[in-house]
Write a protein that binds this ligand. Structure first.
Ligand SMILES: *Cc1c(COP(=O)(O)O)cnc(C)c1O
Length: 517
């Protein structure tokens, strides 16, 4: 425990308002009143409580944006010359509108996206972060968040296996930014002059290139554009039936790229592809990357969380050999978004992402304080203390909270896959590797009467009916239905209900199409 002697005593420093003096215009004390804060919270918490307690099947009610626009405008004050007094009814109405217009992530009917119904306690901590407002890039601005990052880094690294004295971790606002940051570090490591001289200095020597599969998340190709590598310098690694990088074709693809004058400096593998949740073979890819002096980045935005499970960790075998790893806690660790972790095998290389001097913030020699902060390794300056939502859960409940939920969701996905295999008219497309499952409804009738855009139309109708939220994805250039099990309330029975709804909609679509012909 920190004793009181660690803190200044500010209690004698209060300046009393002079009696009888009206507060100046623009200093309405009620706005900042502590008791009012409690009152507002007490207005809002019951609404959230009933939202969380509602276990009905709900997906998303998609609203005409112009209708929503006018509803939102009706809730706004017309008064702008003096501070409008708070209208509690409108506050309630705004919160109610906010809750009801969202994808219902806490309902068992939510099976469509990779963000999750959050563990409620992490939402409460998020509110604390919003009130105490401690942007966490610098130690002095967020002391506990920086310590929490340090703790999570070390505890999570136990499951990665980097050398404890050499690795480092930062937090970023989202996996896309984590991927971009890692790729920057990779580029600056392999082309040391580029940060100061720019890419033109490279002209004539070689063309930097990045290798990835067609299944890589779009943030990777965007990063290629942002980095000045150019999308044309993406080397596409062929994938196998399971959607994984085909190991046998990696070296030939890299050799062919080299012959074309490309210098592949970075290879990106997915630990959980977005489409189907497939895991690339990190162990084997790291062997090839090591041999060819290529930086291996693992995009584990979705699937790195499986590292926390003794049962599922094997899917990331070899992870300790990768140079960097992006890991979204707002996906499979069920905290509010964004909360992303970026790990580097070598701390030194993390500084390479943003080599620059800003004397007003960066000390030349790290002090005992700055050694604990991530600012030099981070693009963001003001940054949410996102780690607190994760650390508090980890601190108070421990690893099993996460591993048991992850294992449950992956088991549920395997069960759902099994149901699909026995259900007439359904077509499975892959073995489930995590909690993502893609399939098609393709009854025999469809072969006689092919309906263009059939899967997409099913998906749209299912969502429109409001009970379920699912997504769609293209597999082998053909649309498919996609479910992502993110909610521990969802059971196999819910999935069977979804299949019934799909069959019903599918039959309707076929009939309408036949009568329309
Ligand atoms: C979700 C996802 C991303 C993007 O992460 P954000 O946190 O949404 O920015 C990147 N890669 C993969 C594999 C993902 O699943």
């Amino acid at each position: 425990m920190l004793r009181d002697e660690h803190f200044y005593d500010y209690s004698t420093n209060i300046i009393e308002e002079e009696p009888g003096v009206e507060p100046e215009e623009g200093r309405d004390p009620a706005i900042f009143d502590a008791r009012q804060f409690r009152e507002h919270a007490e207005t809002i918490i019951p609404a959230l409580e009933s939202y969380l307690a509602d276990s009905s099947m709900r997906g998303l009610r998609l609203i005409d944006p112009f209708v929503l626009l006018s509803t939102a405008k009706d809730l706004m004050t017309k008064e702008h010359d003096s501070i409008a007094p708070l209208d509690k009814e409108k506050l309630k109405a705004i919160v109610d509108l906010y809750i009801r217009t969202g994808i219902q992530v806490h309902s068992p009917g939510f099976m469509g996206r990779q963000f999750s119904g959050v563990i409620p306690l992490s939402g409460v901590i998020d509110m604390v972060s919003s009130i105490v407002n401690q942007p966490s890039s610098f130690y002095e601005a967020g002391q506990l968040p920086n310590i929490a990052e340090h703790i999570i880094a070390n505890e999570f690294n136990n499951f990665i296996g980097y050398h404890p004295d050499r690795f480092t971790m930062i937090t970023t606002s989202g996996g896309s930014l984590a991927n971009l940051t890692a790729l920057l570090a990779a580029r600056n490591d392999k082309f040391p002059g580029v940060w100061t001289e720019g890419l033109p200095a490279m002209a004539g020597q070689c063309r930097p290139a990045i290798a990835m599969s067609a299944e890589a998340h779009y943030s990777i190709s965007r990063a290629t554009g942002i980095l000045g590598i150019g999308e044309n310098q993406i080397v596409r690694l062929p994938v196998n039936e399971a959607g994984q990088i085909d190991i046998n074709q990696v070296e030939p693809a890299l050799d062919a790229a080299e012959k074309r004058g490309l210098k592949v400096f970075c290879m990106v593998a997915s630990a959980g592809t977005t489409a189907t949740g497939a895991f690339d073979s990190i162990d084997e890819l790291s062997g090839i990357a090591g041999k060819k002096d290529i930086w291996l980045h693992i995009d584990g935005a979705h699937g790195a969380s499986l590292l926390l499970s003794d049962e599922l960790r094997y899917k990331l075998k070899g992870i300790e050999k990768a140079d960097s790893l992006a890991w979204d806690a707002h996906k499979m660790l069920f905290v509010p978004s964004p909360c992303s972790l970026l790990f580097y095998k070598e701390k030194e290389k993390s500084y390479g992402a943003f080599q620059q001097v800003a004397s007003y913030v960066f000390e030349k020699e790290p002090t005992v304080y700055t050694a604990f902060e991530g600012a030099e390794k981070n693009f963001e300056c003001t940054k949410r203390p996102m780690i607190m939502n994760l650390w508090v859960l980890w601190a108070l409940h421990g690893r099993a909270l996460f591993s048991s939920k992850i294992e449950h969701l992956c088991r549920l996905t395997r069960q759902a896959h099994h149901v699909l295999e026995t259900e007439p008219g359904f077509e499975t497309l892959h073995q489930p590797e995590s909690n993502i499952l893609c399939f098609r409804y393709a009854p025999p009738e469809l072969r006689i009467h092919p309906v263009p855009g059939f899967q997409v139309e099913i998906r749209n109708r299912i969502c429109k009916q409001g009970q379920f939220f699912i997504s769609k994805v293209d597999i082998n250039n053909e649309a498919a239905l996609r479910v992502v099990f993110m909610n521990h309330e969802t059971t196999v029975s819910h999935f069977r209900m979804l299949l019934q709804a799909i069959v019903k909609s599918g039959r309707q679509i076929i009939n309408e199409y036949k009568t329309g012909l």
